[in-house]
Design a protein around this ligand. Structure first.
Ligand code: AMP
Length: 228
């Protein structure tokens, strides 16, 4: 009898962690290292706000206050994005799911194509350090490279190391007061998902307090292990 054809399903990785844990930074690196596609609901929502779509208009005030946008809006945006062809390379979900309802909806969506979550990686950090991490961060307006007032400044002041642009931007919700609300939303509604994925046997934990390069190496090890 002929061997069954080997079919590898695209990896579905989730990065879980509070604001400031480094989800976006590390998702971008996993995209570079493994060709996975970063899928950030925060980025998708910010784009919707910038474009003034109905979803963006509904989400704007909630985002500015550091609350969670309704599951309906987030799921509609995510479904649209997951219908695009590039997700067949495998995805890293950054900032999604954030509630029980989103986690079950993701399972149902993946089930439609015979997929499931490959790994949910909890990026573990000390809460106390997160306000300073988030309140000082900014990105290159052109290429998106991340910087920080204290921890990572460009080699030449005011010039992006990666693309040479001199324009930078800060997120309006990266201020101390909003970060506290976002941390609260994380603990109330998102942290319980750690137990949810532990129950599914797909949870991995990473110490995300270390240097960016060390966290990157640890994550790469996990990805090679589960999806290599
Ligand atoms: P982030 O870029 O992941 O920090 O998200 C920025 C903001 O967008 C959050 O503080 C929420 O207001 C909103 N947001 C992003 N992703 C979600 C999600 N999965 N569910 C609800 N709100 C979200």
């Amino acid at each position: 009898m002929a061997d069954a054809p080997v079919t590898t399903k695209p990896a579905v990785l989730i990065l879980l962690g509070p604001p400031g844990a480094g989800k976006g930074t590390q998702a971008r690196m996993l995209q570079e290292d493994f060709g996975l596609v970063q899928l950030s609901t925060g980025d998708l929502l910010r784009a919707a706000v910038a474009q003034g779509t109905p979803a963006g208009l509904a989400a704007k005030a909630v985002m500015e206050a550091g609350g969670l946008v309704s599951d309906d809006i987030v799921l509609a945006i995510l479904r649209d994005r997951m219908a695009e062809p590039d997700v067949s390379h495998g995805i890293i979900l950054d900032g999604f799911p954030r509630t029980d309802g989103q986690a079950s909806a993701l399972d149902a969506l993946l089930d439609e194509t015979g997929q499931s979550v490959t790994a949910a990686i909890s990026m573990e950090v000390d809460d106390g350090a997160m306000v300073d991490r988030v309140a000082g961060r900014y990105t290159c307006a052109k290429c998106g490279e991340g910087y920080h007032d204290s921890f990572k400044v460009p080699a030449k002041a005011g010039v992006c190391d990666k693309c040479g642009s001199t324009e930078f931007k800060r997120r309006p919700d990266d201020n101390a007061e909003t970060v506290r609300a976002r941390l609260e939303a994380y603990h109330d509604q998102t942290a319980p998902l750690i137990a949810y994925y532990e129950g599914q046997g797909v949870l991995k934990r990473v110490d995300a307090m270390g240097e960016i390069a060390d966290v990157r190496a640890e994550l790469a090890g996990i990805v090679k292990d589960v999806a290599g």
